[in-house]
Design a protein around this ligand. Structure first.
Ligand SMILES: C[S@@+](CC[C@H](N)C(=O)[O-])C[C@H]1O[C@@H](n2cnc3c(N)ncnc32)[C@H](O)[C@@H]1O
Length: 184
């Protein structure tokens, strides 16, 4: 039986040229040992530079199977594992890059997830992320204020976890934040 999951867990309905370009730009910054957190069905895989050694995790086994298939089709060698961003099964300082796109908002516990990403990055390692944020523009921001748990900007949560946030900007009418941060 197929279970209908909310769209926030399935991907984005508006995946189009702008989002594809965002993926391309972020993934081009990946270096050496790279961990993708919440890989889903692998929409980023085609954009990684060939020299990247990729490990990708997601708690959803069906999504991981789709990502594995996509990697095979692309001829990409990568390691896939079921895992939870809030408790990463990797040693401290074991990756040069962490990539996370549109997954933080699906994780119940962004703060823990960002602390874990910090832990597994080497000093100087980079976090490359794009994430949905709360609506900041009128009139949608009025609706946002009524949410029980208003969504936080990932760059604020990343800074609390110890990251130095470098470039950040907003896309899609201010609803997605793109961020490059590093572990000092
Ligand atoms: C909207 S999809 C995004 C997938 C992919 N990153 C992309 O950019 O298309 C959100 C993903 O986050 C994953 N996710 C949810 N909770 C998670 C957790 N605790 N740890 C890691 N990934 C999680 C979901 O299984 C899902 O694959």
């Amino acid at each position: 039986m197929s279970v209908r999951r909310p769209w926030t867990e399935r991907g984005v309905p508006w995946e189009g040229p702008a989002l594809r370009r965002t993926r391309e730009i972020l993934c081009a910054g990946a270096r050496e040992r790279t961990l993708e957190v919440g890989v889903g069905d692998g929409a980023n895989l085609r954009y990684y530079p060939p020299q990247v050694r990729l490990t990708a995790i997601d708690p959803d086994s069906a999504a991981l199977a789709a990502a594995r298939k996509r990697a095979e089709e692309l001829g990409l060698v990568a390691r896939f594992a079921e895992g939870d961003a809030r408790s990463l099964d990797f040693s401290d300082e074991s990756f040069e890059t962490v990539v996370c796109t549109l997954a933080l908002s699906a994780i119940d516990g962004q703060e823990e997830a960002l602390r874990e990403m910090y832990r597994v990055l080497v000093p100087g390692g980079r976090l490359l992320a794009a994430e949905r944020i709360g609506h900041t523009r009128f009139p949608a921001r009025l609706w946002e204020r009524r949410r029980e748990n208003p969504r936080r900007a990932p760059r604020e949560v990343a800074a609390e976890a110890g990251f130095r946030v470098g470039h950040h900007d907003r896309l899609f009418f201010g609803t997605v934040e793109r961020m490059v941060a590093h572990r000092p």
